[in-house]
Design a protein around this ligand. Structure first.
Ligand code: GAP
Length: 454
């Protein structure tokens, strides 16, 4: 079953159920840019919230920051992005398309039948040239040279330039971390595969500052911690792997990098990167800004530039991995059912409250009363439109883990049915116990029922 989950199926479900739409659609769209609908926003909020819990709220050693998107352009000189944040680009003079020179094997020429760029006799590829991925903008009303600035391509640098503020004001000493969540922008040459590679995405990065001698230990620690986080929120371990970069593949700042990869429909690809950045960033910003970015212990007895371990990921890559992992199709009583087996903590809606007969005012009143009670604590939906089977299928497709149905018997004995999305088991319970039961169910550890078939 899992092998049949294609990106097209995910895109189509996202569209059909209002998770994600192509952006600026009424104007013909803008390549690889997307807008999130109600359920998409709820899923993104849940992913961010689970990340913040694990990285900040449940720990004593990591604090938050929210830095500006447009920083002093010198930041990007110091970080190496002005000089080195480039991809090799080739143009085709015939079909006018652009390709990454290092990804020609995976690209398709604009002519039909589609072949690799360079394989038609008419193909006229230029020599590769370096193309900087940062979006440029101008600060102030006049487009003069001095006002050139960039939209940040990563959130990490906003953390490094605030190292001294946090060290002093949050009174921290290594090991400690600074976490940031926010939009990053990259003018990718070949974006695509839905949300996997987009030009505007929400990064979640954490820079963990450690004594140099401890950096290898913390590097391994964060790789394991991040893999465990994915498994906790339902991704099958068989679809996750850690791939260590060889020296030739590493970024200029890296002393060691591992990609946590997920087996997406496009094949094994980077979900999250964990890098040992050494002292590169703090040293460079010290050089360029003239401000010493180092740790000085009490009485000045100890003085060193901390090394940095960085787990970095985008909500978009997690979003796609979680939807792919959750997507399932099965036949139930002779009918096709599409279901998102999302972890309840990630699912956009936690429960649906459904009166069996919408025309029965007593049922509607009971159901609305239950809905009002539950919505105080959870995102729940009330739905009375259409046949009950269709309403269940709609909730299955958006991944709602539980449904409470009010029926004839409710009017007689104040019980409702609870339906489990994954097992389809139904049982009755007293309406007064629903809130407590839902709370218990949502707190319970959850493992995907797909695990055995991975
Ligand atoms: N601060 C280090 C850094 O930004 P990166 O490997 O370039 O490293 C980190 O990016 C993570 O950001 C990636 O693992 C991926 O999850 C996400 N990411 C990068 N480019 C992306 C894009 N164009 N679209 C969606 N997510 C992206």
């Amino acid at each position: 079953m899992a092998d049949e989950v294609t990106m097209d199926k995910i895109v189509s479900l996202c569209r059909r159920r209002g998770f994600v739409f192509p952006s600026s659609e009424i104007y013909g769209g803008l390549g690889s840019t997307f807008d999130y609908g109600h359920y998409g926003v709820l899923v993104k909020n849940n992913i961010r919230q689970r990340w913040l819990e694990a990285m900040v709220y449940e720990r004593d050693d990591i604090v938050l920051i929210d830095s500006a998107i447009i920083l002093n352009p010198r930041v990007w000189e110091a970080s190496g992005h002005v000089e080195g944040f480039t991809d090799p680009l080739v143009d085709c003079r015939t079909c006018k398309l652009r390709f990454r020179a290092d990804k020609l094997e995976d690209s398709q020429c604009g002519r039909k039948p589609s072949k690799r760029p360079g394989e038609f006799s008419e193909c006229a590829l230029t020599e590769p040239r370096q193309f900087n991925l940062m979006f440029e903008t101008t600060v102030g009303p006049v487009a003069e040279e001095g006002a050139r600035a960039f939209l940040r391509p990563e959130t990490a640098q906003g953390i490094f330039i605030n190292f001294k503020n946090v060290l002093q004001l949050a009174r921290r000493r290594p090991p400690f971390g600074i976490a940031q969540v926010g939009k990053s922008f990259r003018n990718e040459i070949t974006p695509g595969n839905f949300l996997f590679r987009v030009r505007e995405f929400e990064q979640m990065e954490m820079e963990f500052f450690v004594p140099p001698a401890d950096s290898e230990r913390w590097y391994r620690y964060w790789i394991d911690a991040r893999v465990d986080w994915y498994a906790k929120y339902g991704l099958r371990r068989s679809r996750l792997r850690v791939r260590e970069h060889g020296p030739e593949e590493r970024s200029h700042y890296s002393q060691g990098t591992s990609d946590i990869e997920y087996d997406y429909p496009i094949g094994w690809s980077e979900l999250e990167g964990v890098a040992n950045r050494g002292d590169y960033d703090l040293t460079r910003h010290t050089e360029f800004s003239g401000t010493e970015l180092e740790y000085v212990g009490p009485e000045g007895a100890e003085r060193y530039v901390p090394h940095v371990i960085e787990p970095a990921v985008s909500i978009e890559r997690i979003f796609v991995a979680m939807l792919v992992d959750a997507y399932d199709e099965e036949e139930v009583a002779g009918r096709e059912r599409t279901v998102l087996r999302l972890h309840p903590a990630i699912a956009p809606v936690k429960a649906a409250v459904l009166p069996l007969v919408a025309k029965d005012s007593a049922m509607v009143e009971k159901a609305r009363g239950l809905y009002e009670e539950l919505r105080g604590s959870h995102v729940v939906e009330y739905d009375e439109g259409g046949a009950i089977g269709r309403r269940y299928r709609r909730q299955d497709e958006i991944g709602t883990p539980f449904a409470f149905t009010v029926d004839e018997q409710t009017l007689a004995d104040d019980t409702v049915t609870i339906r489990d999305r994954d097992s389809l088991a139904q049982e009755r319970l007293a309406i007064g116990q629903v809130a407590a039961r839902l709370g218990d169910e949502l707190r319970r550890p959850w493992a995907t029922p797909k695990a055995s078939s991975a």
